[in-house]
Design a protein around this ligand. Structure first.
Ligand code: DGJ
Length: 543
């Protein structure tokens, strides 16, 4: 039933009914057993996602070429920029024709969309604000550098700016509800993009900002942080003094960055609230992550990454969650930091070249609902699978779409693990423990030369029934032993099959044994293709 038809009914009793229906039917992120899952039309949904390059979605025609290609490569969700300057070229005049075409083509291709609201900020800068905003620096003030120069960055302190951005975002959400509320091609929305101050000193030095920076910190901020200490990182707590009154006294070395985070957070909260009042899809914010030893201002200072995420949580309760753009090698570390801060595992941007292994980590070990490498429109249609090439993202999504139900169930029951191993990983072996067994993985090697057969291997292990597992992965040799903490039994491989599913039925593609299982002692995965292996184990007494 559509919302409009509900609200036309009698008030009172029906108001409650409308609320219930709205809450049930809108997409939502919900804790289901051991996982935070994305619920679409009442059912958990895994996003096999990718983000488009910045210049790939600003014409309608690009949808016709890009979306069919990505559907062929097994993507079911595409993150796409929607620029403020695109939808509101003149103040108050909105044009959603390009977005509408993308939604129409996405539907034809069975693809979902996650619009990225490039509003006041995109990678710190304000390039996507319309000309009528950028040209009126009195009404829409800029941030000021340490040298006193205006930057190409709108100030979060601009009262008219937050109103204008909120109005545009509300119009966008209203339009999406009207066009898509019943079909839900659009799943959720990213608000702004990699917010933060770029420049020496890591803080806006406008008069307004300097005045606020010298004034007492709003009391609700230290109160919030003090009562949520467990979610704050140790390096933040080392500097945090809840009884200091000024930003400097309270936040020490992080004063500039916490100040910016608080004000960006207040701005984002207002934008998100305006959008949700029209259409309450889940809304999240992404962040650029600092490289080691980088200083706030070299990366966008005051973005919503874990060091200052507490400011956002205090200032922006309307934001549903925060997500990392992970281009650094320590993918798992950042995923785990974000989860530790209470976020569901969703990665809106990551490197395309090591996507397959990181996808397995994200859906497996992190029990995440979405992984989205960047610039996926650059993939050629034949990227599906090339013999002897390393597996690509199309390969991993194609295989994961075969085991989606098993993955979702194993996430809920905490019966899934995952790992990624690189030729330059600190140790050559990694182990995960699941349901009484230890799965010890090393990178696959050639025979007889014993050279590394690949530079990366990854797997996801799911427990499906006692002593039986599905292992999804490539490039690893996995030995399996009984976990000595379980009992005193010994484990042995009883059978390995390479399987797939056709028309809902499992089909055995190959039975692996002899040289292919090192005489029954190991699961030896294909170094060049992600596959699904069904592994049966037996255990017997030690003596
Ligand atoms: C992060 C941004 O969010 C993206 O829009 C893009 O600029 C990538 N960096 C790098 O190309």
């Amino acid at each position: 039933m559509k919302l409009r038809s509900i609200s036309a009914l009698a008030p009172g009793v029906l108001a409650a009914t409308a609320l219930t229906l709205t809450a049930q039917t809108l997409p939502v992120i919900r804790t289901e057993g051991s996982a935070q899952q994305f619920i679409l039309q009442g059912k958990p949904f895994l996003m096999f996602a990718g983000e488009l390059g910045n210049s790939s979605s600003l014409t309608a025609a690009q949808a016709d070429e890009i979306l069919p290609r990505l559907a062929h490569l097994h993507f079911n969700t595409i993150l796409m920029p929607v620029g403020w300057n695109q939808i509101e070229p003149e103040e108050g005049r909105f044009d959603f024709s390009i977005l509408d075409h993308w939604i129409d083509i996405a539907r034809q291709q069975n693809i979902h969309l996650v619009p990225l609201w490039f509003g006041s900020w995109k990678n710190a800068f304000s390039e996507y604000a319309p000309t009528w905003v950028l040209s009126d620096t009195k009404r829409f003030p800029r941030e000021i550098s340490a040298e006193g120069l205006p930057l190409e960055i709108l100030s979060p302190l601009g009262k008219e700016t937050v109103l204008a951005d909120s109005r545009a975002f509300a119009a966008l959400m209203r339009h999406i509800r009207e066009k898509d509320g019943s079909q839900q091609t659009v799943l959720m929305v990213q608000v702004e993009n990699e917010i933060g101050f770029i420049g020496v000193g890591g803080r806006d030095r406008s008069e307004a900002a300097n005045r606020l920076f010298a004034a007492p910190v709003p009391a609700e901020l230290p109160m919030y942080l003090d009562s949520h200490r467990a979610q704050q990182p140790r390096e933040f707590l080392d500097q945090f003094n809840p009884t200091g009154h000024t930003w400097k006294a309270m936040f020490g070395d992080f004063a500039d960055e916490t100040f910016m985070a608080w004000h960006y957070g207040l701005f984002a909260n207002q934008v998100v609230k305006a959008g949700k009042a029209e259409y309450a899809l889940p809304m999240y914010m992404n962040a650029q992550l600092p490289a080691p030893f980088e200083h706030g201002g070299e990366y966008p200072s005051g973005g919503s990454y874990p060091l200052v995420q507490g400011m956002y949580r205090a200032a922006a309760p309307a934001v549903d969650f925060y997500a990392p753009d992970i281009y650094w090698p320590d993918f798992a570390v950042w995923v785990d930091r974000y989860r530790g801060a209470g976020n569901p595992a969703f990665v809106p941007e990551a490197r395309l070249d090591d996507a397959p292994g990181n996808a397995l980590y994200l859906y497996g070990e992190a029990r995440g609902f979405g992984f989205s490498p960047f610039a996926v429109d650059s993939l050629p249609v034949e990227a599906e699978q090339e013999a002897d090439a390393d597996p690509g993202v199309a390969n991993v999504y194609g295989v994961l779409s075969v085991v989606t139900e098993e993955v979702l169930e194993a996430q809920r029951k905490n019966q899934i693990r995952g790992l990624v191993l690189h030729a330059n990983s600190p140790r050559p072996t990694q182990t995960v423990s699941l349901d009484g067994f230890l799965f010890r993985a090393t990178l696959a090697r050639t025979w007889p030369a014993r050279q590394l057969a690949t530079q990366e291997g990854a797997m996801m292990v799911l427990s499906t029934s006692p002593n039986e597992f599905l292992v999804v992965g490539s490039g690893l040799t996995v030995t399996i032993v009984r976990d000595p903490d379980t009992d005193e039994q010994v484990a042995q491989i009883a059978g390995v099959e390479q399987v797939t599913r056709q028309n809902g039925q499992w089909v055995v593609e190959r039975v692996l044994n002899g040289d292919q299982t090192d005489q029954g002692r190991a699961l030896q995965m294909d170094p060049h293709a992600i596959r699904v292996y069904r592994v049966r184990l037996v255990t017997y007494p030690r003596r």
